[in-house]
Ligand binder design. Structure first.
Ligand code: Q9C
Ligand code: ZN
Length: 342
């Protein structure tokens, strides 16, 4: 399997995040991609290609234009306002406040375009965000050109990014952009299967009223797990999209037995939809030792996940999302890919 990967992800480094009131080093850091890249080489998965630059207008097919235009401006505005820390949102237009009047300062704009404080900016962030977008589209192009599957080693991840909101380490929704790109290139139906530990709230929001993109999510139950405010079982799509959004919330502590049973059910639903293309939002924060998640999958489980997904027999684009057990992230993520190849 071919991988697309950009060294430009590495400038998105040194971010901080808020955990229980304390500022700590970001869990989403460059070591993640480095370990996956090394594992690809160690198992000789296949060639690793650099992405080709794509027009950012493609991102505006699934995101609001003003949101995408803000992303490259966030860091320069923050720096010019005199800050010396990473740019982090801290005030949001939630229930009872107005979200219809865009504010003018960078501090307010960061909140206007986010749902949490988990998407921060440093000097190299925009270049990394753009390279991650380019990576997804370049890998999509490989599948379009006839590859059975391709791996977009994206960093930063994307599935929490909604129409006009960043959050949860995500800025541009790489999987959603790729799915839309396949549709625009003539695919009739596309499925996004999201197996990251966290619900893909951004992807769900983007496609919620659409029948042409099926969204299937396996994740920690939002009653106790991040992102908390989307991902319940009763969210099944709306209008023409009704029935095309499927959520499998699972309790913290779920291991292979419970998780794989949900996957098998999800795969039956995907097969019934009969998409032309499958996009997998590949998070491996379902791993037992993940520092911010609570499922109990083991490294031996990941190749089986890949094998079961391969059983669909669909052209498949894997898009990297989360996974924070840095020492094992390569074994686990690449395990899915080698399992897929059989
Ligand atoms: N104790 C992705 O996996 N912090 N994003 C949650 C829970 C945010 C995860 C804190 C986690 C975001 C792409
Ligand atoms: Zn995650």
């Amino acid at each position: 399997m071919k991988t697309v990967f950009s060294p430009r992800h590495a400038g998105h480094a040194g971010q901080t995040e808020l955990v229980g009131g304390a500022i700590v080093p970001g869990f989403e850091n460059p070591m993640r991609a480095r370990h996956i890249r090394e594992r690809i080489e160690a198992v000789a998965l296949g060639p690793v290609l650099e992405p080709v630059a794509h027009d950012i207008a493609t991102a505006k097919r699934v995101h609001d234009a003003d949101y995408i235009d803000f992303l490259p401006r966030a860091w320069p505005m923050w720096r010019d306002a005199g800050h010396e820390t990473p740019a982090m949102p801290f005030v949001w237009p939630v229930r009872g406040l107005r979200a219809d009047v865009p504010p003018k300062t960078v501090e307010a704009l960061l909140g206007y375009y986010s749902f949490d404080g988990g998407a921060t900016f440093v000097e190299g962030s925009w270049e990394a965000i753009k390279s991650s977008f380019d990576t997804a589209l370049t890998a999509a192009g490989l599948v379009e050109a006839g590859e059975r599957a391709a791996f977009a080693l994206c960093r930063p991840p994307g599935h929490h990014a909604g129409t006009a909101t960043m959050g949860g380490y995500c800025y541009i929704n790489n999987a959603a952009v790729a799915a839309q790109w396949f549709r625009d290139r003539g695919a009739g139906r596309v499925t996004i299967l999201d197996i990251d530990y966290h619900h893909g709230n951004g992807t769900q929001e983007i496609f919620y009223v659409r029948a042409d993109v099926q969204m299937v999510n396996l994740h920690g139950d939002p009653l106790t797990e991040y992102p908390h405010f989307l991902g319940h079982r009763d969210e099944r799509g709306a209008g023409p999209g009704e029935g095309f959004n499927l959520n499998y919330p699972l309790p913290a502590g779920t291991g292979w037995e419970g998780w794989s049973a949900a996957l098998d059910d999800a795969l039956v639903q995907v097969a019934a939809y009969a998409p032309d293309i499958l996009v997998v939002s590949l998070g491996v924060d379902t791993f037992e030792n993940d520092p911010i998640s609570a499922f109990r999958l083991t490294s031996g489980d990941y190749p089986q996940i890949g094998a079961r997904i391969a059983g669909l027999g669909l052209p498949t684009l894997f898009v990297m999302e989360g996974g924070y057990a840095v020492a094992e992230i390569g074994v686990n993520a690449v395990g899915v890919l080698t399992g897929f190849e059989g």
